[in-house]
Design a protein around this ligand. Structure first.
Ligand SMILES: Cc1ncc(COP(=O)(O)O)c(C=O)c1O
Length: 374
């Protein structure tokens, strides 16, 4: 098969495809080990849960494994029912996705196409921009108020009669900033009924005490609240996310959904993890304690990139790309934020206590040597 075909040729049927840039994930451990000839590495690049999933979820995966010759339930009925109970909503208000990433994409594809506008913050989660491009819609990236926080007033002012969807990450990745529910509700109150607002609460568990029951405290006909099992629940590899919304919104998005989007193992793992909420929240508490320790250490080194409400911290330094290289040389994988236009920043996911200690000690050493070089 010839290898010389250009993407422009292939993309002629879908003109925007040639301009799409792919999502760049955190560097996998295996890649770094190969690149550097190391035998161990610490991945602090993808906001994963370093404690792993609940033991109940692992048991559920093992129990279900012999049944993978069968299709999963295409409607994920048990999981959907459990989530509806958990949130005290009806099952037709729950949209299940292969990760919340799929939920975001499904909603954008369902409600927007060429000629439509989608509003998000300039430093908002990057998938909003990617999904907007894939749908052929026009992205309106609104600059942050103080450099890092979503400017909800400016986002409301950007709404036009072409606006179909607004995406708000709360807390946001990568900036780690949070808006209280009162600000989000004040924003929703300004929107026309027919604009969909996705409040992406992927990091909800880390701010649960501050947001309370956002599903019931926020209201607007077009409101969609998305959540994930990838962060606090430790199931990033299973890919389970969901949204709670008006049944009409869920019904429409379901028409665009793949028939068996959530695989059998993922369904059983998520069901078991949801049932082990105490385990999940205990590890969330440990993560928050570790995040505070990391942030305090970064502040003391004058390298803090601001407070984060997620399971990650921000490092800011004018030589961040050099620091990235040197951390990788020591087998530590952070996430560069240059793709967001935040060239001075690295995002560090909170790891296990001993991983964080190692990261800080390697970092101190790097900064000391950089200082000596001038
Ligand atoms: C703000 C935000 N939303 C959504 C996601 C998607 O997560 P997942 O598809 O694993 O549920 C992420 C992942 O990093 C995120 O940071």
């Amino acid at each position: 098969m010839g290898k010389m075909m250009t993407i422009d040729w292939l993309a002629r049927a879908v003109p925007q495809a040639g301009r799409l840039y792919p999502y760049v994930p955190g560097k996998p451990v295996e890649t770094l080990l190969q690149e550097k000839g190391l035998d161990r590495a610490i991945k602090l690049a993808s906001n994963e849960n370093p404690y792993g999933p609940s033991p109940k979820a692992i048991a559920a995966i093992k129990k279900t494994a012999p049944e993978v010759n069968r299709h999963p339930d295409g409607d994920a009925t048990l999981l959907k029912t459990a989530l509806a109970d958990f949130h005290a909503v009806d099952t037709d208000q729950v949209l299940i996705g292969n990760g919340s990433n799929e939920v975001l994409e499904l909603l954008i594809r369902t409600f927007a196409g060429p000629g439509d506008e989608i509003i998000y913050a300039q430093l908002g989660f990057i998938v909003y921009a990617l999904a907007t491009q894939a749908a052929g819609a026009t992205g309106i990236a609104v600059p942050e108020a103080d450099g890092l926080t979503h400017d909800l007033d400016a986002m409301a002012a950007a709404v036009t009669d072409k606006t179909k969807v607004v995406c708000i990450a709360n807390p946001n990745n990568p900036t780690g900033t949070l808006h209280r529910n009162e600000s989000i509700q004040a924003f929703l109150d300004k929107l026309p009924r027919n604009v969909i607002t996705i409040v992406d609460e992927a990091y909800y568990e880390f701010v649960a005490d501050q947001l309370g029951d956002s599903v019931h405290n926020l209201s607007h006909p077009g409101l969609v609240i998305s959540r994930t099992f990838s962060k606090a629940y430790g199931l990033a590899g299973c890919r389970v996310g969901y949204a709670v919304a008006n049944p009409d919104i869920v019904g429409l998005a379901n028409r665009f959904r793949e028939p068996f989007n959530l695989n059998l193992l993922a369904q059983s793992a998520a069901l078991a993890a949801l049932d082990d909420r105490d385990w999940v929240m205990a590890h969330v508490a440990e993560t928050i304690t570790e995040r505070e320790r990391l942030e305090a250490a970064l502040r003391s080194m004058d390298m803090s990139g601001g407070h984060s409400f997620g399971n990650f911290v921000l490092l800011r330094h004018s030589q961040s790309s050099e620091i990235l290289q040197r951390l990788e040389n020591h087998g530590i994988i952070p996430r560069p934020l240059a793709p967001y236009g935040m060239a001075d920043y690295l995002r560090i996911s909170v790891g296990l206590p001993e991983e964080n200690t190692e990261f800080l000690s390697v970092l101190e050493d790097i900064v000391h040597k950089l200082g000596r070089c001038g």
